[in-house]
Ligand binder design. Structure first.
Ligand code: DGL
Length: 291
């Protein structure tokens, strides 16, 4: 597999063109990146995918910025050497809003990140009351604040840093879902009603784990809202970079799963992964440094 990177070019659509069957590594702290993998596989089913969950360090949302940068660089060092991907998708807002510059400096492999979908949210709202639902880490980032200032200046944006929702999504896939009341309480701060009758009408799912719970979030929400999942936009960006599905592509590329601890791998989760096309799952241990 070969990629042409034009001299001196960063990530531009014309700069990166893959021949056939590119290897795309999709990376997250756990299972959230599966929502991005699904969108990628719909767009380029012929690619070879390696899905990696850094479950040894989950959840990323509670790590300090310095710890998170060091952790992602350490894990990526191993992954790039082992899998030699043509492109890496950091399918994690918590990491992308912080680590992308360091990754691009360290590796020549192209990286695509997932960041809070503030721009489409600001375009979709009618009431100008938008909520950004994310991990505490993403909510605290200056990158996130800058996105809001740039794209949502006309909106009142409520920032909700959820302590537990990513864990609830992991539990759902592992076959141990939380009950409706617990889920409803966790997302209650997303819903704002003003005295003038305006109510929140758009919620950004700014953590890739959350779309795993979407049908349940819709069911327990106090009123209907538009939920914005950035995964389809990420898939479009990747297609811009590696090119569209070749006309001659006639088969699905393989998908391999790998976890840095593997403790999350229940039978229910293996079944859920197999249903997403990941039948082959390995543990590629990257232990945490001693505290
Ligand atoms: N899936 C991740 C995100 O998009 C992070 C979840 C976590 O590890 O806290 O932010």
């Amino acid at each position: 597999m070969r990629i042409d990177l034009m001299a001196g070019a960063s990530l531009s659509a014309a700069a990166l063109r893959c021949a056939a069957e590119p290897t795309i590594l999709v990376f997250d702290s756990g299972l959230g990146g599966l929502t991005v993998l699904d969108a990628l596989r719909r767009a380029r089913p012929d690619a070879r995918y390696v899905y990696v969950g850094d479950d040894a360090a989950f959840p990323y949302g509670r790590l300090s910025e310095a710890t998170l940068v060091a952790r992602v660089l350490t894990v990526m060092e191993r992954l790039v050497a082992t899998h030699r991907p043509d492109l890496v998708v950091i399918a994690c807002n918590t990491a992308s809003t912080l680590v992308l510059p360091a990754l691009r400096q360290r590796f020549t492999t192209p990286f695509v990140g997932v960041v809070p979908p503030i721009k489409p949210a600001a375009e979709a709202t009618r009431t100008r009351l938008v909520t950004l639902l994310a991990t505490p880490g993403t909510v605290a980032r200056s990158y996130t604040r800058d996105l809001i200032a740039t794209y949502a200046g006309a909106c009142a944006v409520t920032l909700v840093g959820s302590q537990n929702l990513a864990g609830f999504a992991e539990a759902e896939l592992a076959g141990a879902p939380v009950d409706d009341a617990t889920l409803a309480a966790e997302i209650a701060p997303c819903f704002v009603a003003e005295a003038d009758g305006r109510r929140t009408d758009v919620v950004c799912l700014a953590c890739t784990h959350y779309p795993l719970l979407l049908p349940r979030l819709q069911a327990v929400a106090p009123w209907p809202v538009t939920w914005i999942d950035p995964a389809p936009a990420i898939a479009r960006r990747v297609v811009q970079l590696i090119g569209p599905l070749p006309r001659e592509a006639d088969r699905h590329g393989a998908a391999l799963g790998a976890f840095t601890a593997g403790t999350c791998l229940t039978d229910a989760l293996r079944t859920a992964l197999a249903a997403r096309g990941i039948g082959d799952v390995a543990v590629e241990a990257v232990p945490l440094p001693m505290q």
